[in-house]
Write a protein of this length. Structure first.
Length: 388
């Protein structure tokens, strides 16, 4: 038993080593973008339910935090500030499915085809959601959701995430100022703090599945002996597996690697990755934020969009001949060695140390503690930072 546990932990640690530098690079780029774009400016641009609002919701979401809980909290904050409900939801889905760090981790763990599918599929899913909202979302449901949202119920310990705005403006010269350096360090560790639990949980579950569950089980479960059934079954069951995994954000990518290794279809992997915003804890937050009826509605339309997007992307990639063939995911059994991964990890660990110094000397820990405090209805908590 002890040997099996150690093997699972080894899988998890080795996978973390493989994705350390792309995670750090993704967090850094995201922090830079967040330092340039004000959240108040985002709210102003998402007020109209037109295509421009939809496109900006996708763009601003992709530049936001990758944490599912933080994304849900920010979306409610935008909705309460006047953003159109559909645009707020599109922003939320883009912020967990089109972010830089997710793409980089997919690239390193399971290949460029999954990165391409994540981008194309994420945009397709956003379009499907937008169409479904246009066709089925009634103004009375939105009014009821707004009344519930204005109650300000606490949904998670990421409530304060949407209240922090340390942007320095859209000018690069400000980005390289002392204030810009501080903002980048704070956004970097705020995003890392937001996802560390889910990433760790995802790595541990992935390690346990890789070490303990035989490939024969996955092959039978995903009907790998019948390719046609496999192609349809994967996108349908992928979101359901994600729901019960309780893992969201980047944490479900290691699980996706294990499922791909076990025989789930290409489209099934994509739909699984997209489903981080319908896991059971997030559905409960929807209930608190917008009411039980809207929570069920978001579950239904989200599942349809995820399953359809996964199936279509899988079909298109197969028709174009660029869908990957099932092969053992080498990174699952990779061991650290003196290669480019190690050198990049060392370089980014040094960069993280510099950012950590700035973070610790400019009130960063106090900022993290305030993330669990919901902003009041009268005013939102403003994070004071020092200019050095």
């Amino acid at each position: 038993m002890v040997g099996a546990v150690l093997t699972a932990l080894q899988f998890a640690l080795f996978m973390f080593w493989e994705v350390l530098w792309p995670l750090a690079l993704g967090f850094l780029l995201s922090a830079i973008i967040q330092a340039l774009v004000s959240q108040s400016a985002v709210a102003r641009t998402l007020g109209r339910p037109n295509f421009r609002g939809f496109a900006l919701a996708c763009a601003f979401g992709a530049a936001s935090s990758s944490c599912s809980y933080a994304a849900v909290a920010i979306a409610r904050s935008l909705f309460r500030k006047g953003a159109d409900f559909a645009n707020a939801m599109i922003f939320e889905f883009a912020s967990t499915n089109l972010v830089i760090e997710l793409g980089l981790v997919l690239l390193i763990l399971i290949g460029w085809q999954f990165l391409a599918a994540e981008v194309a599929g994420g945009l397709l899913m956003a379009v499907i959601l937008w169409i479904l909202f246009k066709l089925t979302l009634r103004s009375r449901m939105v009014d009821d959701a707004r009344k519930q949202a204005e109650r300000g119920l606490v949904g998670s310990n990421m409530e304060g995430h949407g209240a922090h705005d340390m942007s320095v403006g859209p000018f690069l010269r400000r980005l390289f100022s002392g204030r810009g350096f501080t903002a980048i360090s704070h956004y970097f560790f705020m995003d890392a703090y937001s996802v560390y639990f889910d990433l760790g949980l995802g790595l541990l579950i992935a390690g346990a599945l890789a070490a303990w569950v035989p490939d024969s089980f996955w092959r039978a479960f995903f009907f790998t002996s019948n390719p046609t059934v496999n192609e349809f079954w994967g996108p349908l069951v992928g979101p359901l597996l994600s729901m019960i995994s309780f893992v969201c954000s980047i944490g479900n990518v290691p699980l996706a690697a294990v499922l791909w290794n076990g025989g789930i279809s290409f489209g099934g992997v994509i739909s699984f990755i997209f489903a981080d915003l319908i896991i059971l804890p997030v559905l409960n937050i929807y209930r608190k934020y917008y009411g039980a009826r809207m929570s069920l509605y978001l579950l239904l339309v989200s599942y349809i969009a995820m399953a359809v997007a996964g199936f279509v992307i899988g079909l298109v990639f197969n028709l174009l001949g660029i869908a990957p063939t099932h092969a053992h995911v080498a990174v699952i059994n990779a061991t650290p060695s003196w290669n480019y991964t190690t050198f990049l990890n060392i370089a980014f660990l040094l960069l993280i140390a510099v950012l950590a110094w700035r973070f610790l000397t400019t009130g960063g820990p106090a900022m993290l503690r305030s993330m669990s405090v919901p902003p009041s209805e009268e005013h939102e908590v403003e994070h004071e930072h020092h200019h050095h």
